[in-house]
Design a protein around this ligand. Structure first.
Ligand code: SF4
Length: 454
């Protein structure tokens, strides 16, 4: 059922009136009223209540739909989600779906070149803070203007683990590509006013999202209207502009109108090709610039792959939920190759503390065990101030991880900032506690002087 994203915001009482009022708890909340509050906050999906009438579902979905529509590209494991955003500034809530970085491949490349680019895309992936940062999609461009080479390119990449963007302004070439991809749900890119209806009918037939491009706002809005008029709502906007500055302005206008003014004709995710724009700004910085200005899909050329690392780190930072401190899983971590004689250190599960400490330990060549205690992602100092680091939690992690069976000694080194808990931790765990230094870079000297001397 398609619902209007213009539905007005309701109060919890108004939402409650639409609910079954049986307080059955199937939605995960004890009462319908509690569910109503969560719905208004956008913290829960309408579908969680299985007993809603179609009419109530439609009204409530309209109320909770994000002002920037969510569009899914690809299917199954390959699928990526773009849009679905509710705010223009991260601190107002959070950003929900990370900008997709799509690697551009074109049909003028030979087979070896394409394979080489795919290999480089794979090599560009890396782990950071328990996430894999990587290229997320392939954008296939029909630069030859002919169907055969484009079809060959599609054939070559169709079984890669990436969702695809099929970019051609020729509907007949697009149809040949879509015929190969069938149910893969690629993004059909290349619709402009002159080919709009043939491209739209392809999007409808193959049930895939469509992106629309226009040189000016009036044409763009007219094109979006026509797509919506024939029932297409999985739309991606290619914003107007020939220079980087113009496109950044367009991206900003689109997001602000969609979010602040609820102007739903622009409430769609966006796609940009920053390296095609006129600008003196170096390519990697262009990618970063459009990313910080809301581009949902950013198509990059293969030459940019080697500069992508900092851009992907920037993306990870932008996507962090400002309300939830970044954290690592509590538990036992091995640094280097610890033995039964190795020291046992303890810290909190604030990600930055964990990564700085483990990097320092590795760089100093210290093999040890690291007990990470759940403090809700707070640093040592904050968790002590907020009473989140408790001796019982330290004891629990130590018991659950079986650290006592891994070492011959019973000495635990706690962070310097946790000094005031040393006695309580000793009482709770039965281990002797050494208060470590305030700075992790001093830990090697500390271990040598205080731990190994015994
Ligand atoms: S599942 Fe529906 S009826 Fe049951 S408590 Fe939740 S909102 Fe109420």
């Amino acid at each position: 059922m398609r619902v209007s994203r213009k539905a007005k915001q309701m109060s919890p009482i108004e939402v409650y009136k639409l609910l079954p009022k049986t307080n059955c708890g199937k939605c995960g909340f004890p009462t319908c009223m509690a569910f109503a509050f969560k719905l208004v906050q956008g913290a829960v999906e309408v579908d969680k209540c299985p007993y809603l009438s179609d009419e109530a579902k439609s009204l409530l979905t309209g109320m909770t739909a994000p002002p920037v529509a969510l569009v899914v590209i690809g299917r199954g494991d390959k699928a990526v989600r773009v849009g679905g955003e509710k705010v223009s500034f991260r601190h107002e809530d959070k950003f929900y779906n990370q900008p997709v970085i799509a690697l551009e491949l074109n049909d003028l490349m030979d087979m070896e070149e394409v394979k080489n680019c795919l290999k480089k895309a794979e090599e560009a992936a890396f782990e950071r803070m328990e996430q894999t940062l990587k290229v997320n999609a392939l954008a296939l461009r029909n630069l030859s203007g002919r169907a055969e080479p484009f079809v060959r390119l599609v054939e070559l990449v169709k079984d890669t683990p990436y969702p695809l963007i099929v970019s051609t302004e020729n509907p007949s070439t697009a149809m040949k590509a879509l015929n190969i991809l069938k149910d893969e749900r690629p993004l059909l890119h290349g619709a402009v006013l002159r080919n709009l209806m043939p491209m739209a009918s392809l999007a409808r037939r193959f049930k895939c999202p469509i992106s629309v491009k226009a040189a000016d706002w009036r044409t763009l809005l007219a094109a979006v209207n026509r797509l919506r008029g024939i029932g297409l709502h999985d739309i991606v906007i290619h914003p107007p502009g020939e220079t980087l500055k113009e496109v950044i302005e367009s991206l900003t206008i689109i997001r602000r109108l969609a979010v602040d003014k609820k102007f739903d004709r622009l409430g769609y995710p966006t796609i940009t090709f920053p390296e095609d724009l006129k600008s003196n700004v170096p390519e990697p910085l262009r990618t970063a610039a459009v990313m910080t200005r809301y581009s949902s899909i950013i198509v990059v050329k293969p030459e940019t792959l080697r500069f992508l690392r900092p851009v992907m780190m920037l993306r990870q930072s932008i996507m962090m939920d400002p309300r939830a401190p970044i954290s690592v899983k509590p538990g036992l971590y091995y640094v280097g190759k610890p033995t039964p004689e190795s020291p046992v250190l303890m810290t909190t599960n604030y990600a930055l503390t964990y990564y700085i400490l483990t990097e320092d330990l590795k760089n100093m060549g210290i093999d040890c065990y690291l007990i990470v205690v759940d403090t809700g992602g707070l640093s040592v100092a904050c968790s002590i101030a907020g009473d989140k680091l408790k001796p019982e939690s330290v004891k629990r992690v130590m018991e659950e991880t079986g650290i006592a069976e891994k070492v011959k000694h019973r000495t635990l080194i706690i962070p310097g900032r946790a000094a005031r808990l040393s006695g309580d931790i000793e009482d709770a765990t039965g281990w002797r506690v050494l208060v470590g230094p305030l700075r992790s870079r001093e830990i090697a000297e500390f271990i040598e002087k205080q731990f190994r001397r015994e």
